[in-house]
Design a protein around this ligand. Structure first.
Ligand SMILES: [Zn+2]
Length: 233
């Protein structure tokens, strides 16, 4: 359904708040030490459709996962079965982590540690769980890990890394003492996470459709970020 009035154009979708908490990601062949801030039992996850429009990837909650209709799932079903560049829906876990790579601000100040969100697919969650089993650790909160992103792995290594190695448990009390910032070791609040997810798939799909029409459909499908490689073997 159309809305009316130029003054409200651009206001119908909730603003993505992803600029409030940085996403954790690595360059190819880069490694980082991270500390997990969620307890194993409390890692938030949701079923989302990553859709690209307004020059940003938006995470839209899947309607079907909430027991409603989902125009985005319907759109996916309408695509040919063998389409290799289909947008997708995925279960995504939102880990709060401390990134221990020092970061230099424009004024020269060095920030030794930054809280970030590691948005993990089921596959990445599997890698983390596997390493927990191998290292016989049951609790994730406060553990220090080495994460790396390969270059030539298949499937293409996720931007959040494809190798997860448990190092040891970290001294978070000491970190709080050193930084004087107690909130640093708390996971990102669920209210904050909620602002990053668009809960109105109907409106999001309308915006995405306009994007498809303006860009040409195949290009738009690519812009959803899906990069499956179809092997002809
Ligand atoms: Zn859906």
């Amino acid at each position: 359904m159309f809305k009316r009035g130029l003054a409200d154009v651009g206001k119908s979708l909730p603003k993505s708040a992803s600029n409030r908490t940085f996403d954790f990601w690595l360059n190819y062949e880069e490694m980082a030490d991270i500390i997990f801030l969620d307890s194993y039992e409390n890692v938030p996850f949701d079923v989302v459709h990553p859709l690209f429009f307004d020059k940003t990837q938006h995470l839209v909650a899947c309607g079907k996962a909430a027991g409603d209709d989902c125009p985005i799932c319907d759109y996916l079903d309408s695509l040919p079965k063998d389409a290799t560049d289909k947008p997708y829906r995925r279960e995504m876990a939102f880990f709060s982590v401390l990134d221990l790579r020092p970061y230099e601000k424009e004024d020269g100040t060095v920030i030794p540690v930054t809280k970030k969100l590691l948005k993990a697919s089921k596959q990445t969650v599997g890698s983390i769980q596997q390493e927990m089993n191998m290292s016989s650790i049951e609790e994730l909160y406060g553990t220090l890990w080495k994460v790396g992103r390969g270059k030539n792995a298949m499937p293409k290594p996720a931007a959040v890394g494809n190798s997860f190695r448990y190092l040891r448990s970290a001294d978070l009390d000491r970190l709080v003492e050193q930084t004087g910032d107690e909130s640093l070791v708390m996971p990102v609040a669920i209210e904050e996470l909620d602002k990053m997810i668009i809960r109105d798939p109907e409106t999001a799909m309308q915006t995405f459709q306009s994007f498809l029409e303006s860009k040409g459909e195949s290009q738009a499908r690519k812009a959803t970020g899906f990069s499956a490689t179809k092997l002809n073997i």
